[in-house]
Ligand binder design. Structure first.
Ligand SMILES: Nc1ncnc2c1ncn2[C@@H]1O[C@H](COP(=O)(O)OP(=O)(O)O)[C@@H](O)[C@H]1O
Ligand code: SF4
Ligand SMILES: [Mg+2]
Length: 341
């Protein structure tokens, strides 16, 4: 049993990213000064090892994008620290030195690409800013190689983003992020805006690029089948908190936290046993009025008196993962996830 969120769960090696007790709060200056506001991310700690792929899952509104933007340095946490490659990135200046190391791909490729720039310019911009050591010719060579790696033709470099399909535009966004050779690629629901027929191609592309480059990935995804395919480890978020974490295969096969079980119960499975399922009823509570004790207690069918009184500690599971539930050991359930394969 441990009160602090266990952070070191990944493979050995110096982490590409270290998050400690991150708290992201939205509000005006007055609210923030008196400790009020909307808490989007609460006390989140974890490491990502080189080459590791980590998923963040949870319902819409639970803080996944706020966490992703904070990890990518696009917004500052209210509390907590972030290290990139072992170096603190607490200030904008410190972030500038580490800018190349962490790149991000967003949900909607169409709105993340400047429509006034040709593809080649789109890729040249980050290269000029982050790789000043490369001359024009070297950048040109690198851009063309990158376009080829994501399955585009050299002549696509002269076109504008609007002339591409959603899947091609996401390939351009991925190329733009990878052209500076980051150590960590953060993908915030990279498939959500794409047709189902194109989603598999983008998953395969990400998997292929990860194997080829050895980069680490943080993937936010709704579809647990995508998580299973792309990620070694999974963090389950609820109302800004990580409530369960562990190796993907273990968490999907034997979810210990009632919220994870509820999420998995939403995935139709032919072999699902009724007693294993937890139906997720009601809406996510207002993050401005978070429940006392366990954040999941207002929707948890297993909630007990202690759940309102005290936030649960972390409990280590048999398979090595962790769950933040007062009754984690009792609720561990060997679920068969054949339908997810
Ligand atoms: N810029 C913002 N200003 C105020 N509230 C925000 C902002 N961005 C997100 N939120 C709120 O923070 C919470 C978490 O949102 P978000 O991080 O987008 O979650 P997710 O990506 O899991 O859907 C939500 O309640 C959302 O309304
Ligand atoms: S601590 Fe209580 S309310 Fe929270 S998930 Fe466990 S049983 Fe449910
Ligand atoms: Mg989001």
């Amino acid at each position: 049993m441990d009160a602090a969120q266990p952070a070191r769960l990944g493979p050995a090696g110096p982490p590409v990213l270290t998050a400690r007790k991150l708290r992201v709060v939205y509000g005006d200056r007055r609210e923030l000064r008196r400790g009020a506001g909307l808490v989007a991310v609460d006390d989140v700690s974890f490491d990502i090892a080189p080459g590791e792929s980590v998923a963040v899952v949870g319902e819409s509104g639970c803080g996944k994008s706020s966490l992703a933007r904070t990890l990518a340095g696009l917004q500052a946490p209210r509390v907590g620290s972030l290290l990139v490659g072992g170096e603190q990135v607490g200030s904008p200046r410190a972030w500038r030195r580490k800018r190349r190391a962490v790149q991000m791909v967003f949900q909607d490729p169409a709105s993340s690409l400047d429509p006034r720039m040709r593809v080649e310019q789109l890729l040249d911009e980050p290269l000029r800013a982050l790789r000043p050591d490369l001359d024009r010719r070297q950048r040109h060579t690198r851009i063309h190689a990158m376009l080829e790696q994501v399955g585009l033709q050299p002549e696509h470099g002269q076109r504008y983003p609007h002339s591409f399909s959603g899947g091609q535009a996401q390939r351009i966004a991925i190329a733009r992020a990878l052209v500076v050779e980051p150590d960590l690629l953060i993908c915030d629901e990279p498939l959500s805006a794409l047709d189902v027929s194109v989603q598999a191609q983008i998953i395969n592309l990400l998997q292929d690029l990860r194997e080829r480059t050895g980069m680490a990935m943080l993937v936010i995804a709704h579809d647990l089948a995508v998580v299973r395919q792309l990620c070694d480890r999974v963090l389950v978020m609820y109302l800004g908190k990580v409530v369960e974490q562990g190796a993907t295969a273990d968490v999907l096969a034997a979810p210990a936290h009632p919220y994870t079980r509820a999420l998995l119960s939403c995935v139709p499975r032919l072999d699902a046993r009724r007693d294993e399922q937890i139906l997720l009823e009601g809406e996510l509570p207002d993050p401005r009025e978070r429940p006392t004790g366990c954040v999941f207690r207002t929707r948890c069918p297993l909630a007990d008196g202690i759940c309102a009184e005290r936030a649960p500690d972390w409990h280590r599971q048999e398979h090595g993962g962790y769950s933040a539930c007062h009754f984690a050991a009792r609720h561990a359930s060997p679920m068969v996830t054949r339908a997810l394969r």
